[in-house]
Structures are given as C-alpha cells and as structure tokens.
Ligand binder design. Structure first.
Ligand SMILES: CC(C)(COP(=O)(O)OP(=O)(O)OC[C@H]1O[C@@H](n2cnc3c(N)ncnc32)[C@H](O)[C@@H]1OP(=O)(O)O)[C@@H](O)C(=O)NCCC(=O)NCCS
Length: 185
C-alpha cells in the first residue's frame, strides 16, 4: 500500500454582500426539497454522478452505491445538516417516471459556515445549467438560515466544476491535500 495526494481547493463565497435568487429548473425537471424518504434517491443521484469521475478516486465511497448510501446517512445524521440547503433534481421521463439526476447537500459546520457537499449531476444531464441551479438553491438555503459564508472543496483537476464555482462567485481560499491509500500491483 502507498499514499497518493490529491490537490484540492477550498473555495468560499460571501453570502452577506449578495442576495441569491434561487432559480427554477428548466422544463421537464423537478427540484425536490429534502424529505427523509428521499435519502436513497440522493444516494442514487450521487453514485451516478460521481462513479466515473476523479472524485471517486479521492473518495472511494463515491464510486460505490452502498458507499453513497452510507455517506448520505452520515450527512443526514450530522448535527448541522440543513434540509433547506439540500436539494434533489428529478427528470420526468416520457413514461412519467422520475429519474434522479442531481443532488446537493448543505451542512452548517461547527464554525457556523455553510458547507456544500457533493454537488453532482448525472452525465446525460450536464451542461443544462442544472449544477448551477442546484448550487444556487443550496446557497439560498444557507442565506435563509442566516449564514454569512459558504464554502466547498474541489479537486484541482476538476476544471469544469472550478469554472462553475468561479462564475457563481466562489474564490479560492486555500489549497489542501487529501491523502488516499492506494494498492500497488
Ligand atoms: C460539476 C457538475 C456538477 C456541473 O454540472 P452541470 O449541470 O453540467 O453544470 P452547468 O450546466 O450549470 O454548468 C456547466 C457548463 O455547462 C455550460 N452550460 C450551462 N448551461 C448550458 C446550456 N444551456 N447550453 C450549453 N452549455 C451550458 C456552462 O457554461 C458550463 O460551461 P463551462 O464548463 O465551460 O464553464 C457536473 O459536471 C458533475 O456532476 N460532475 C461530476 C461530479 C463532480 O465533479 N462534482 C463537483 C464536486 S466538487
């Protein structure tokens, strides 16, 4: 076994100097507020969003369905879990079924700052402004809860996500390194 280090950025946004108007999703999509009955649906959207992405190397649980389910249970159980900053996106299919295609969760950390967790959109639904829509709804949830700042961490190689966060107003606050155990063959 050995250790690999992934470079990540902590990005922050000031929530006092801006009013965030949470957008509605485009036609055909539904934004679902948190309900405990949706925990598995969040886990499914998380798994489908992250399973083939760089972050499933950084956090192996993201590449595993049961890992995503456990992660959702841990997030739900945190003292600072914020239902108002936690959103699920569903696509209405032609046969009137709901396909869960996006997820984000929000937590108030121990310093009172809003922490965005695992923003993800499934591959078939990307580049339709849905990631932006989910993130803005989560940030509006932080504002509604009276929080003054928000932050997230993003892997440095994830250029698309970093662009999205920059457009919304996040700036890089510091660089952190995440150590991950890897098996050498
Ligand atoms: C990062 C992620 C959430 C972005 O989701 P998304 O729904 O594609 O995001 P958006 O559509 O809001 O914006 C992404 C891009 O689509 C473009 N876009 C948005 N609406 C568009 C439209 N209607 N037509 C064409 N392009 C559009 C944006 O300009 C942006 O382009 P850019 O990459 O050049 O900056 C998604 O790629 C994902 O889930 N990745 C894997 C998981 C992950 O890494 N999550 C981040 C963890 S920190």
């Amino acid at each position: 076994m050995g250790l690999t280090y992934f470079k990540r950025f902590r990005m922050e946004i000031d929530l006092v100097s801006r009013t965030i108007t949470p957008p509605q999703p485009p036609a055909g999509y539904r934004l679902l507020a948190w309900d405990d009955s949706l925990l598995e649906a969040h886990a499914e959207a998380k798994y489908q969003s992250f399973r083939s992405e760089i972050d499933s190397n950084v956090f192996p649980c993201l590449g595993d369905w049961l890992g995503c389910q456990r992660l959702m249970q841990e997030i739900r159980a945190k003292q600072g879990f914020l239902p108002g900053a936690t959103w699920l996106l569903a696509y209405e299919t032609a046969s009137d079924q709901l396909e869960y295609c996006g997820t984000v969760q929000g937590i108030r950390d121990y310093t009172g700052v809003g922490a965005i967790q695992n923003l993800g959109i499934t591959p078939e639904h990307r580049s339709r402004n849905l990631g932006t829509c989910l993130l803005l709804n989560a940030l509006a949830g932080f504002q509604a809860a009276g929080m003054r700042r928000g932050y997230l961490e993003v892997t440095a190689q994830n250029a698309g996500a970093i662009r999205l966060y920059g457009r919304i107003g996040f700036t890089k606050a510091r660089t952190v390194y995440k150590a991950v155990e890897v098996a050498y063959s």
